[in-house]
Design a protein around this ligand. Sequence first.
Ligand code: NAD
Length: 407
Amino acid sequence: MQNPFENAMKQLDKVAKIKNFSEEFITRLRQPDRDIRISIPVKMDNGSTKIFEGYRVEYNNALGPYKGGIRYHQDTEINEVKALAFWMALKCAVAGIPMGGGKGGITVNPKELSKGELERLSRGWVRKLSDILGPKKDVPAPDVNTTPEIMAWMNDEYQKITGDKTGAMITGKPLDKGGSEGRGTATAQGGFFVFEALKKELNLPEKCKIAIQGFGNAGSYAALIWSKAGHTILAISDSKGGVYNEKGLDIEKLMKYKKDTGSLSGFPDAKEITNEKLLETECDLLIPAAFENQITGANADKVKAKAILELANGPINPEADEILYKKNIPIVPDILANSGGVTVSYFEWDQNLKNEHWSEKEVFDKLRPILEDSAKKILAKSKESNTDLRCGAFILALERIEAKITL
Ligand code: NAD
């Protein structure tokens, strides 16, 4: 497996060559403020005790408290968490919110745990890290395989330890436990606002044909939002494979089918395709919404989409970036495309601290102009430096961090 942190540092190096940032600043950004590894003992249902490895990386807090999700996955390891924390620091800067970058994780396949084991593990993660977490210090959120229910357990554990009643130490909570309206769909909805803001610039048609990799929080809501807006979803996949219909998939039916059967496989009116083939679908827009390193030097040449919008973090590695740039396939980078998630997380934190509850309309009315403004500024930065949108986004983020950082 490729090291995502090395890829993130290659992206940083590329931008440092384009724009004249101070060497001291770039050197500082090559290391997180701290990376913490913990072992979490969990009493299993059979009476044994199992030790899990967990992480929290606090990358940079020049702009505000560290902010970033917690990932539960069997392949999660420190370099992945470091890369994700670095991207979070840039993402918060791109969104212009007063938050820094962090990320957490546990090496675990949550599907192998009972609900009770999962709860004890999640509470254990907070117990080991309660000293460094907090509304004004470090504010986690959901990521792959972590849910509002898990956020509620973590918040409850934190309250028990510290007495904090604001609920603002973690975001992505259920609505009745201090969560924000719109948080569940925010990442996909934000991606859609960015898409609308850049559609003309990307030379995309009014109604697009789309392929989406991943059918979790980001991917499934993206499919729903784009199809409700009249676009055609040709193909979708999850970890077990995908489905394709040249006339378009019925997304509501597909969501129900996946809920009932646990899989996309066997969905009526569709052909089955592999994840590899999905990435090669002939379409207007490809939306990777699963994991990092999906498009690499090995398959970038086979991509036939007219443009790519990264809802996942780090789905395209630096080698593939170069290939796609030469093929004239523009990429809307993750730190812009999926920044709706963290922006609504910030709204949740803000509501908790002010003891307010905003309507979904209020949330999205606040979100849209933020993303449109970021998209416009990033486009201008990329044109100014005659580079791609990813470098444009990095330049915007780095300038904002450099203005506030103390070296
Ligand atoms: P999720 O756990 O809800 O869903 C992940 C999906 O990816 C699942 O459908 C899974 O089956 C699928 N998947 C796993 N391996 C795959 C593979 N090899 N090919 C195709 N599909 C595969 O996670 P999520 O929250 O939707 O996150 C997906 C991506 O979006 C991650 O990169 C995450 O960091 C990023 N992201 C999520 C949010 C958010 O708010 N949820 C915010 C910003 C970024």
